[in-house]
Design a protein around this ligand. Structure first.
Ligand SMILES: [Fe+2]
Length: 284
């Protein structure tokens, strides 16, 4: 299990001085960017590079600088090298340490090779002030659904038994239990119940946070707080049996981690889409 401290990351953030007793450690989650190799390509009418820039601009206006940015998968749409390179340059320019985990649209080898070498670890621990962040790879190569491997589950148990008592957030791409939307629930973590049982054994876990479902959601299960976060591009309609788009705008999640273990979190969205949405049935 890899362990990292953002103070050792290649991208030095400007927010290190937040780590005082009264000031929370701030994490921003950006997810499901679906960037394309070709700038002319669109996803359901949207230029995903442009929606990502709008989300970044909103974050820079409202929650800047964070201490860490976590990008939770589907960073690119069509698994291309140039999209990863573009994202690498953009993230480097932000001046904030960032960490990536893969989603079902990602190619792990390209993500590791062009964006974040640390993503090669199926589970890694990132020190976040008084907290730990656990970043899990829930992908199955060439499949849309997710799975937590035996090594990830073993890593969770190892972290649980470590006697340091640090409050913890868990990030992964796929959702662990059904959200009530039939089409996307066929693509959740297939051993979610087993994973939830393991996570529930760790009382220091304050929340388990995913992307993948392109919507803001909160559930409570096994004594755990489960959060999902909107995409930086298009949003899926909650509660829909079949694929359907929501009109809600792109967004991100902010999380303030206090040294006493208190968590404050919320969603922030852009004011509008830059282009009209293309409503289609059947998927994306
Ligand atoms: Fe996605």
């Amino acid at each position: 299990m890899a362990e990292t401290d953002p103070s050792n990351a290649r991208d030095q953030g400007s927010g290190q001085d937040r780590r005082t007793a009264a000031v929370p450690f701030r994490v921003l989650q950006l997810t499901d960017l679906h960037l394309f190799n070709a700038p002319a390509q669109r996803l359901l009418g949207q230029d995903t590079r442009r929606t990502f820039e709008l989300v970044l601009a909103r974050a820079q206006a409202r929650h800047w600088p964070p201490d860490i940015i976590v990008l939770t998968g589907d960073l690119v749409h069509d698994s291309g090298r140039s999209a990863y390179r573009i994202l690498r340059h953009r993230c480097d320019a932000l001046g904030v340490p960032y960490y990536c985990i893969p989603g079902n649209h990602d190619r792990l080898d390209l993500l590791v090779g062009h964006l974040d070498a640390g993503a090669a670890s199926a589970i890694r621990v990132v020190n976040a002030g008084a907290w730990d962040l656990l970043l899990l790879d829930s992908t199955i190569p060439n499949e849309d659904g997710g799975h937590l491997s035996d090594s990830v589950l073993a890593g969770l148990a190892t972290h649980r038994s470590a006697a340091h008592g640090r409050p913890t957030l868990v990030f992964l791409h796929h959702h662990l239990q059904p959200l009530g939307s039939r089409w996307i629930d066929t693509m959740q973590v297939d051993n979610g119940t087993q994973a939830l049982a393991e996570l529930a054994r760790n009382p220091r876990i304050r929340a388990v946070i995913c992307g993948h479902v392109h919507q803001d959601a909160e559930q409570h299960s096994h004594g755990l707080r489960l959060l999902a976060t909107p995409s930086t591009c298009v949003q899926f309609l909650p509660g829909s049996d079949d694929f359907a788009l929501d009109t809600l705008t792109p967004g991100y999640r902010w999380l303030d981690l206090y040294p006493d273990g208190q968590l404050e979190t919320g969603i922030e969205r852009t004011d509008a889409y830059p282009d009209p949405l293309t409503f289609v049935s059947g998927g994306y």
